[in-house]
Structures are given as structure tokens and as C-alpha cells.
Design a protein around this ligand. Sequence first.
Ligand code: SF4
Length: 358
Amino acid sequence: MNLPKDEGGVAQRVMAWQAVHGRMHLPWQQTRDPYRVWLSEIMLQQTQVATVLGYYARFLERFPDVRALAQAPCDEVMGLWSGLGYYSRARNLHRCAQQVVAEHGGAFPGSAEALARLPGIGRSTAGAIAAFCFSERVPILDANVRRVLTRLLGFEKDPASAGSARLLWTFAGSLLPTQDLGNAMPRYTQGLMDLGASVCTPRAPACGACPLDASCVAFRNGAPERYPVPARRPSRRSESWQLLVLRDAQGRVWLERRPGTGIWAGMHCVPVFRDSASLGAYVSSLGDAAQLARQELQAFLHVLTHRDLHLHPVVISGDIADRPSDAGQWLGADGWPGVGLPAPIRKLLDATQLPLPG
Ligand code: SF4
């Protein structure tokens, strides 16, 4: 595919539009501090601005700089992240802070190339941090910008393929501002993000209000919503999990840490079993199962990106004196808000604090 030449001054039009219509008062726009910009960029991946605002403020209050974050226990970071989802972001956030302190003396490196070598910072995030903080002339290509560019081009290929990604990165690079980069790069980068978020939306894009309509193939063809063409996705899988809410005589719940990879990796969770027989065998191993009360709660569905989890909670309560294993701990309602729990497990534990039906 031959990429068109940018003869229409896309960057100029995006910047002029951003100066009038773009977002200018978000808390992470008032700074060129890479720590704050990085934190906002990681939080904004897959998450709406309105949701991020509260988390961003709480994180900065507790971790005002990269050293404070690096020194914090991972559990505390996961606890503060709880509810934002995509928890690998929080684990990488913590690892990245530690690496910035250990290898860069607490200062984020000043180029997109070096930033992209840090944990959890992909090429687009690295580009955004470098453009906002250092005015480096580098492109971004997050989901919103990919949508704008595929529409500008009328791009007919699967944008997720490696060949398409190469083409789109090249196109993104060809549109960058060429002058006054100190001001232009932050404004242009913000402008592209804002355009994707507020005008060139997935459904019903507002082409009449778009500064790029004269250059846009999808608009000319009258079918902007066709782009980006759907990526070939792996088929969804469905799994059934038995969740054991083990409650001792003091009302504390037994929580174990999940393995380091896979679903909810590294987070705290109640014990998980693939079937009720293995759950039953585990409960028997705790002692005289007849002495323990058993309550089956309503099963519920938790939807992940590529998987449906059908969760079946069982509450077993009674006088359990011993530690069920070396891999966990008893925590009460005053203790579990401080550790990283997946959102459905947090809700489940909150619900089991209420008197159980029947
Ligand atoms: Fe998106 Fe419409 Fe603008 Fe094209 S003209 S970039 S489809 S909003």
C-alpha cells in the first residue's frame, strides 16, 4: 500500500482544533513531570478519563514521586489499583518505578526509545510521555489514534497484523509537526488523542466538526464507521471456577496469593477449584467437615477480555484453628481493603460480611 503524502497539513489543523476544542484542564495536563504523565498514561489505557481521575489523585497523594512508589509494598500498590482492572498494569507500574530508581537514579529517561525499554511502557505510551514531557518528535498509536488514522486512509486491512502496524506507524510518523516542536509536540499529541476521544468516536463520528474531513477517505466514502476493519480475534473461552470463601470463628476470610501468571496474577484471592470434588477434598483436609457450616451462594458471571468466568462461591464457616496452607493468610474486613483483590472477589467478600441467607 502506498501511503498518501501529507499535503493538507494534518498537524496544523489538529493543533488549531485542539487549541479551541481540546481538553486542557485535566490534572496530568498541568505538568511536564514524566512521573505524573506516565502514571496518567498507564491508568488511561483501557479506562475512561472519568474513572481515572479519582484513582490518579489517590495515587499521587500516597505516592507523590517515583521513589515513594518504588519503596511501597507491591500489595499496597495493588490495593490502591483495585477496581481499575487489567492488573498487570499495576504490577508493571511498581516494577517500572523500581527500575527507574535502580537504573536511572529516579529520573525517567528522556527519549521514547529508552522509555519503551521499561516494564509496562509500550511504544505508544513511550511516545506520549516523550512528546508531552520532552517534546520529542515521535508518534503515538493508541486505539483512538489508530481509529482516526485508519479512517483518514480508508485502511482496508486488519490493523492488528504486524504489516498493518508497521504501515500505520509510518503514516503516524509522516504526519508529525516539523516546527516549534517545544509547543507543537505536546499540543499535536493531545489533539490527536482528543479528536479520537470526542469527534472521531467508534459510533457516529462527528465528521461535520472534524478538522480533518477534507483529507479523510472514510468520510468521503460515506462509511467512517467501517474503520478500523474488525481484527481477527481469538475465540472466547468459558471456564467454571468454584470459589471457596473459608470463614473462621472470628469472621476472618482465608486469602491466598494467585500464581504469578494467568488470570488475576499475583493478586490475593479466595482459594479457587476447578470442580466441587476437589473443593470438597480440600475442605475435608481441614478437619471434621461435618462440624463446618456450608452455604452455596448464587453463581455469577465475570467477563474478561477473552474469557467468561462462571464463578460459583461456596462459604464454609466454623472453628478452623489451623492455617489451611502456607500460601495464604486470615484477613478480616479491616485487612482485605489493604491488599490487591480482583473486583469480583472484593464484592463477594463484602457480601459475605452480611448475615448469610437461611
Ligand atoms: Fe474521523 Fe470523520 Fe474526522 Fe474522518 S472526518 S477523521 S471519520 S471524524
